[in-house]
Write a protein that binds this ligand. Structure first.
Ligand SMILES: Nc1ncnc2c1ncn2[C@@H]1O[C@H](COP(=O)(O)OP(=O)(O)OP(=O)(O)O)[C@@H](O)[C@H]1O
Ligand SMILES: [Mg+2]
Length: 316
C-alpha cells in the first residue's frame, strides 16, 4: 500500500444553499498525525463524514489508500477507523458486549486479547461490565475510540476525540494516539485544543467557511505565519523609544520587539546598537500554532475555544 492514507480532490459538499465544504484538496502522508483545525461550523465534521461515506460529496473524490470510497465502500470501511464527534448510546449492552458485537461486524472472532488491550489503554477495563448508559461522557468517548480500533484499521479519523474528557485523561489519550502513530497508524484528527494539536500534529490544515486556507507542516506554518517576540529589559529606562521597525511597545524599562523567527536576540541587540552591559534581562516568546490560527482566521479565531461535549442523550 504505497498510496496516501487519505487523498481528497476538489471536494465540494452543499447542504441546500450552504456550501459546507468548498473545493478542498489535500493528501495525508503515511504514518503522520494530521490536524484539521478551524472554528465551529468550518466544515471539519462534514469533510470527515464524506471520507467515511456518511455523506455523499456534491462533487470531487475521496480516496483511502488509493481506493475511491464511493466505489469501494466496504473495503475503505475496513481500512478506516472512525470516531464521531457526537456520542451515541448503545442501550443496555455493556462495554465488552459492544466491543464483541462490533468485532462481529468485521468478521472478527477470538480477538479478546486485542479488546482487553484496547480497554486497558483507554482506561475502560475496570468498567468493562458496565452498561453503556452507566458510563460518563468521557468514558463513552473512549469507548468510541476503542470500538474504532477493534479491527486494526490503517487510518484513524478522530473528530474531537477529547471533547468532554478531563485534562488527565486527555493527556493519556494523546499519548495513546502517539503510541498508535509509532505503530504505523496514520491519524487525522480535529480538535479545539490548539496547544495540544501543536504538540501532536506533524501537519495541520486550517479550514474556514468550508475552504482549506492553509496546509503544511505544523512547525513551518508557525514559522511562516507568526513572529517571535523578544523582550529586552534595560538596566536603565531609555529616554525615548528605539527607532527600529521591529520595536512594538514599551513598559518602563521593558522593550518588546517582534522579529522574524530567524533573528536571534544577539542579532537584535546588534541591530539596535545596544551593549549587553546595558541589558538586565532578555526573554523570548516563540510564536505558537494559536498565533498562526489567529493570523489566518482573523476575528473568527475567538471561536476556537474548546467546544463542550456533545451528548444528545435520550436515545434508547
Ligand atoms: N446535515 C446537515 N444539514 C444542513 N447543514 C449542515 C448539516 N451538517 C452540517 N451542516 C452545516 O454545515 C456547516 C459545517 O458544519 P460542520 O459540522 O462540518 O462544522 P465543524 O467544523 O465540524 O464545526 P464544530 O467545530 O462545531 O464541530 C455548518 O454551517 C453546519 O450548520
Ligand atoms: Mg464538527
Amino acid at each position: 500500500m504505497s498510496a496516501s492514507p487519505i487523498k481528497i480532490t476538489s471536494l465540494v459538499k452543499d447542504y441546500e444553499k450552504l456550501r459546507a465544504v468548498d473545493n478542498v484538496s489535500f493528501e495525508m502522508k503515511r504514518g503522520e498525525i494530521f490536524g484539521l483545525l478551524g472554528p465551529n461550523g468550518a466544515g471539519k465534521t462534514t469533510l470527515i463524514s464524506t471520507i467515511v461515506t456518511l455523506e455523499e460529496p456534491t462533487s470531487g473524490t475521496v480516496e483511502v489508500f488509493g481506493h475511491d470510497v464511493a466505489r469501494e465502500p466496504s473495503l475503505t470501511k475496513t481500512l478506516t477507523g472512525f470516531v464521531p464527534q457526537e456520542l451515541i448510546h448503545h442501550g443496555y449492552f455493556d462495554v465488552e458486549e459492544i466491543m464483541t458485537f462490533h468485532s462481529g461486524y468485521f468478521g472478527l472472532r477470538r480477538n479478546k486479547e486485542r479488546i482487553d488491550w484496547l480497554l486497558q489503554k483507554l482506561s475502560l477495563y475496570e468498567h468493562r461490565k458496565k452498561k453503556v448508559k452507566q458510563l460518563s461522557g468521557g468514558m463513552k468517548r473512549r469507548l468510541l475510540i476503542a470500538k474504532a480500533l477493534v479491527h486494526d484499521p490503517k487510518v484513524l479519523l478522530l473528530d474531537e476525540p477529547t471533547a468532554g474528557v478531563d485534562i488527565e485523561l486527555r493527556e493519556q489519550l494523546w499519548s495513546f494516539v502517539s503510541e498508535l502513530k509509532s505503530q504505523g497508524l496514520s491519524i487525522l484528527l480535529t480538535t479545539h485544543y490548539i496547544q495540544e494539536a501543536e504538540q501532536l500534529c506533524d501537519r495541520v490544515g486550517i479550514i474556514q467557511k468550508g475552504k482549506l486556507r492553509r496546509v503544511g507542516p505544523t512547525r513551518e506554518l508557525i514559522k511562516e505565519l507568526t513572529k517571535r517576540e523578544i523582550i529586552v529589559r534595560m538596566k536603565q529606562e531609555p529616554s525615548s523609544d528605539p527607532a527600529s521597525p521591529l520595536f512594538m511597545r514599551r513598559r518602563g524599562s521593558e522593550l518588546v520587539f517582534q522579529t522574524p523567527a530567524s533573528m536571534g536576540a544577539g542579532d537584535l541587540l546588534d541591530s539596535l546598537g545596544y551593549d549587553l552591559k546595558q541589558v538586565a534581562d532578555l526573554s523570548i516568546r516563540e510564536g505558537s500554532l494559536e498565533d498562526a490560527l489567529k493570523r489566518v482566521l482573523g476575528d473568527e479565531a475567538a471561536q476556537l475555544s474548546p467546544a463542550p461535549a456533545i451528548d444528545p442523550g435520550g436515545q434508547p
